[in-house]
Design a protein around this ligand. Structure first.
Ligand code: DGT
Ligand code: CA
Ligand code: ZN
Length: 575
């Protein structure tokens, strides 16, 4: 897939244009195009030009550029632009959170030309004092450098999982594999991944390995053997493939799914019962008699445990719960009755109501909420009060004619830096679902940010706080909020929290999800879809919910339309 390469180039172009002081709308168009290309589940090189132009932010000009890159492997405009900007400056731009303007300033005034020097200067407080640079800016630069270093070691699940799925698909089609599965952190749905672990069985392991090391995106073969091979992909991720004996597949799957901490606990239990588990099977210690290992279930059954789903295998209480028969019955994708965070053409989404309804029906949904941005987000064509009222009328009249599927009228209202909402209460009170979120002022103090969210929750019109920590995995850390405090107020005010399923967000994360559940706070899952393809992200949201131990009853959008409408009113005590 060329999607990531093209997205990266468009992002770089946006930075370069910014440095040159070009028109902000043009810059924004590139950024938006980059984001939307990255989010596509289809390969851009397989999409027609006309279809390309339905992607938001992509017109004639950008569609032409994508075509040029796919045809020739390079983009002349980008090459020319790069020549106009010195290489040292581009290096500074790779630091997350360091914008083009600051980068240019550091480059010109202090002659900083690489990340190492930048780090040294920031540590020695040699940056503060330049126009617009404060001590806080230095801290942020250091944080950015840390993220950059970390990001190179681990990559977001949202980037790695599609790559892993492509490999599985390729192996299934082209190699003589029988059983095939991902293992490791991907199978446990960890939010960042160090490397991809794959397990297979085959009557002809050599052929499987041959196909594997010749995958089209292999950059380097680290080792190639009959039972294990490792490669590095162009995307910068390592993949290990193991081919195991048919009868060991279950034991190997358990072993290589981990986590290490979970495995250690299982092994301790085994030893106490005179058993031995490893990647080949489960054995009786005294005479090495094999007791099982074909299926993963064997491992748990023989230890006297119920099956523990991979998402829970982190040694955070799952073994104790399993022993007491108190494992949660985890929510599943099929429990979801609708998506509660969807953008339409009315703001920065790309589809009209009919298209969205059709896609939702295809997925078996009973409802979705249209939650466009509010006017403060000018750049996302946010809605004014008048437009929001007009939109609600359209949705109501759609609902009157529609059987078996309903729209909730919604809004993603911006929480301004002073904590005020971006639209007046007498408008919001008529909207079915008001979700409030922060899109600016991320660098405020923990007190300010916490206060902002609390004041939004205290507004009786607000039903949900969306992407509550604002993080973008590998790109932007969460802003500082006092999670205990906001969860406490959520409970008091009956406000729900969102699990934003957009793969780079996954916000709340699994740990906070579990805290919220324990405090009895309702959660919703929304994909933040801007394209029809994005509806697929629901899978990520559900998996984070599972990783946070949630059951069907903990998630509001598992209930019917009528019950949901009632719950939204009751939670916030609105009549
Ligand atoms: P990561 O860091 O995202 O790759 O996370 P994992 O969990 O995929 O870790 P990885 O790839 O190093 O190893 C895959 C699994 O193999 C791991 O979850 C558990 C198992 N494993 C690896 N090393 C050990 C070990 O020393 N002892 C045990 N019991 N299991 C191990
Ligand atoms: Ca791994
Ligand atoms: Zn949104």
């Amino acid at each position: 897939m060329k999607n990531r390469e093209i997205a990266k180039i468009f992002d770089d172009i946006a930075d370069l244009l910014d440095i040159k002081g070009e028109n902000p709308f043009r810059i924004r168009a590139y950024r938006r195009a980059a984001q939307n290309i990255e989010g596509l589940s289809k390969d851009v090189s397989e999409i027609s030009k006309d279809e390309l132009m339905t992607i938001p932010g992509i017109g004639q000009d950008l569609a032409g550029k994508i075509e040029e890159y796919i045809r020739t492997g390079r983009l002349q405009f980008y090459e020319d632009l790069k020549k106009e900007v010195p290489e040292g400056l581009s290096k500074l731009l790779s630091v997350p959170g360091l914008g083009p303007k600051t980068a240019k300033l550091l480059f010109e005034k202090l002659n900083i030309r690489d990340v190492e020097t930048l780090e040294k200067f920031a540590r020695e407080h040699k940056l503060a004092g330049l126009p617009g640079i404060k001590e806080k800016t230095e801290e942020n630069i250091l944080k950015g450098i840390e993220i950059l270093k970390r990001g190179m070691e681990r990559q977001p699940l949202g980037k790695v999982l599609p790559i892993a799925n492509n490999i599985l698909e390729h192996l299934r089609k082209k190699a003589p594999v029988k059983k095939l599965s991902v293992a490791g952190s991907i199978r446990r749905w960890k939010e960042t991944i160090k490397d991809i672990d794959i397990l297979a069985t085959s009557e002809n392991p050599k052929d499987v390995m041959r196909v594997f090391v010749h995958l089209p995106n292999v950059k380097e073969v680290l080792m190639q053997g009959p039972t294990k091979s490792s490669v590095i992909l162009n995307e910068g991720v390592q993949v290990d493939l193991r081919v195991v004996e048919e009868e060991s597949f279950g034991a190997a799957l358990a072993y290589f799914t981990g986590s290490k901490a979970h495995n250690i606990r299982l092994r301790e239990m085994a030893v106490k019962s005179g058993l031995k588990i490893n990647e080949y099977g489960i054995f009786r210690e005294k005479d090495d008699k094999r007791l099982g290992g074909n299926d993963e279930e064997d491992v748990y059954k023989i230890l006297g445990l119920p099956y523990i789903p991979p998402e829970l295998r982190e040694d955070t209480g799952e073994i104790e719960a399993a022993l007491k028969g108190r494992l949660p019955k985890l929510i599943e994708l099929k429990d979801i009755k609708g998506d509660l965070h969807v953008h339409s053409k009315w703001s920065d989404g790309s589809h009209d109501f009919d298209e969205l309804a059709e896609e939702a029906r295809k997925r078996g949904y009973e409802y979705i909420a249209i939650t466009d941005h509010s006017k403060g987000l000018g750049i996302a064509r946010g809605l004014t009060p008048e437009r929001l009222i007009e939109q609600k009328k359209k949705l109501d009249s759609f609902n009157k004619k529609s059987k078996g599927f309903k729209f909730l009228s919604g809004i993603e209202v911006d929480i301004r830096s002073d904590g005020q909402l971006d639209l007046p209460d007498d408008i919001l009170k008529n909207i079915d679902i008001v979700i409030a979120s922060i899109h600016s002022g991320f660098k405020q103090s923990i007190e300010q940010l916490t206060r902002r969210i609390i004041s939004a929750m205290k507004n009786p019109c607000v039903s949900v706080i969306a992407h509550p920590t604002g993080r973008l995995i590998g790109e932007r850390d969460s802003y500082d909020v006092d999670m205990n405090e906001i969860l406490k107020i959520a409970k008091e005010t009956g406000t729900a929290f969102e699990i934003n399923a957009y793969p780079l967000r996954l916000d709340l994360n699994d740990v906070h999800v579990r805290m919220a559940k324990e405090m009895g706070i309702p959660l919703v899952i929304g994909t933040d879809a801007h394209l029809l393809n994005h509806f697929e992200f629901m899978n990520y949201g559900v998996s984070i919910a599972r990783k946070g131990w949630l059951e069907k009853g903990d998630i509001l959008n598992t209930i019917s339309y009528d019950s949901l409408m009632k719950a939204l009113k009751k939670n916030k005590r609105i009549n």
